[in-house]
Design a protein around this ligand. Structure first.
Ligand SMILES: *[C@@H]1O[C@H](CO)[C@@H](O)[C@H](O)[C@H]1NC(C)=O
Ligand SMILES: *[C@@H]1O[C@H](CO)[C@@H](O)[C@H](O)[C@H]1NC(C)=O
Ligand SMILES: *[C@@H]1O[C@H](CO)[C@@H](O)[C@H](O)[C@H]1NC(C)=O
Length: 439
């Protein structure tokens, strides 16, 4: 009786595989903004028996997904990646451990560099594969390769440079979405899922949930029109650790000039190009809450912004750290795109403009004061313009690694919309039974 049930499950599997190979599919995961750190995170589940529900900070410039496999962590489906594996880049050496065996303690294991950009240290860890669940999409990825580190091993060090330091209290790791072989979009672009190697973000400005889509813009966001510009490859690594000759895996775009209130800002425009050491240029980062500018761009920006604000009878008040330029809220009008302040425009290839309205430029620091949400990056930052989280909220961003393009919408506030989706706040019941698993 090579039975009906075998036949039936083969049929189901075939249907599942067929529906996965038509690659216009996206996997959704809700995005939460932490009010203390202003970082964005998403819930994913890792491992089995038990499955761990972890909150991961989203780092679009991070090379891998990593999590805390401390003393209390174990998983029966974990497999260490050996040092000889083709998945092992060998840039973090080979690790060994005296047991007992568990994730983060095994022999001949491919090391992982555990990077938390908010800490001035790189932590050692292991590379392993385990089940990863994207709960909201009911997707189980059986052999997802990630890094893990035992936070207990670092916790006693004197000044406690701890892998999870400065992340939201509830976070247990970082979801890196950079242009790397082990990023989540790249791994899901391979068999069996074969999604397009793209991801999209709609970052919320409130405590309602936004969206992360792996595989490209999901249907709930497809009504917003995207302007596409090339993603630029910086031929010099901007990572805290790298091998000579490595290109940067972060996302750069070519900003040609910057406008304030419609007028081009004057500064040394060569700062906007990437020089022969990889300095300069413009990148996007979800690990900086506010856009950081080279001093030689920051100073004229603040000067022109203040001048144009004063033309609108907006009154300047004392600065409030980390911001330089703050205003009396009662003197600023309101529009549907936020406070009525001079716009800031990033002029991109082909004259395309990314316009930043009050909702993305201004930060309310108290009941009466709103500040320009840009910070001074000093005279020698590696990258001249780092567009931070606050400036990325309430717009749709699509990172398309197939065509190497960034798609961006205008502020959703212009269309009386936002990235906050109040309907998706309900938590899921933790059960991995009904998950779609493709072997
Ligand atoms: C972790 O789980 C594995 C597989 O279930 C088991 O063999 C191992 O003994 C466990 N390790 C610890 C330290 O509990
Ligand atoms: C790793 O190898 C060392 C030395 O051979 C051995 O003492 C240890 O028990 C091994 N650890 C595990 C987890 O197998
Ligand atoms: C958005 O709302 C404002 C005020 O309620 C209205 O004037 C405007 O026409 C709306 N815009 C769109 C695109 O719906």
């Amino acid at each position: 009786m090579a039975s009906f049930s075998t036949l039936f499950s083969t049929l189901i599997l075939t249907i599942a595989l067929l529906s996965f190979s038509c690659s216009s599919q996206q996997f959704f995961s809700p995005v939460e903004k932490d009010p203390i750190t202003n970082l964005f995170s998403t819930l994913l589940w890792v491992g089995t028996e038990p499955t761990h529900e972890f909150n991961f900070v989203i780092d679009i410039g991070g090379p891998i997904l990593w999590y805390d496999c401390n003393k209390a962590y174990n998983s029966s489906t974990y497999n260490p990646i050996s040092c000889e594996s083709k998945h092992c880049t060998n840039d973090a050496g080979c690790t060994s451990c005296n047991g007992p065996f568990k994730p983060g303690c095994s022999n001949n294991t491919c090391g992982a560099n555990i990077i938390n950009p908010l800490v001035d240290a790189i932590f050692s860890g292991d590379t392993g594969s385990d089940a990863l669940f994207i709960p909201k999409s009911k997707i189980k990825v059986s052999d997802f390769i990630s890094g893990c580190t035992d936070s207990n091993a670092f916790a006693d060090s004197a000044d406690s440079d701890f892998p999870l330091k400065n992340l939201p209290k509830t976070s247990k790791g970082i979801l890196g979405l950079a242009r790397t072989p082990l990023s989540l979009p790249k791994q899901l672009s391979l068999a069996p899922f074969k999604l397009l190697n793209k991801f999209a973000l709609c970052l919320p400005s409130s405590n309602n949930l936004g969206s992360l889509f792996i595989g490209g813009v999901g249907s709930s966001l497809s009504k917003f029109q995207l302007t596409k510009v090339p993603l630029v490859i910086n031929p010099f690594s901007t990572a805290p650790i790298f091998t000579d000759g490595d290109a940067s895996y972060e996302y750069f775009i070519d900003v040609k000039s910057i406008k304030v209130g419609g007028e081009v800002l004057s500064f040394k425009s060569s700062l906007l190009s990437i020089d022969n050491k990889g300095n300069g240029g413009t990148k996007l980062s979800t690990m900086k809450s506010f856009t950081v500018l080279h001093s030689s761009i920051f100073k004229p920006l603040v000067r022109d912004f203040t001048k144009k604000a004063s033309d609108k009878k907006i009154k300047k008040v004392a600065s409030v750290a980390p911001f330089d330029t703050c205003f009396d809220l009662s003197t600023i009008g309101k529009t549907n795109t936020g406070l009525d302040v001079p716009t800031i425009g990033l002029v991109l290839e082909g004259g395309v403009e990314w316009t930043i309205f009050g909702g993305n430029s201004m930060v309310l620091v108290s009941k009466n004061v709103a500040c320009l949400g840009f910070v001074d990056g000093g005279k020698e930052p590696r990258t001249a313009v780092v567009i931070g989280g606050h400036q990325l909220e309430d717009i749709v961003l699509e990172f398309d690694l197939v065509s190497s393009k960034l798609g961006f919408s205008s502020s959703l506030l212009l269309q009386n919309a936002s990235c906050s989706n109040s309907n998706s706040v309900n938590k899921m019941v933790k059960s991995s039974e009904s998950f779609i698993s493709v072997e």
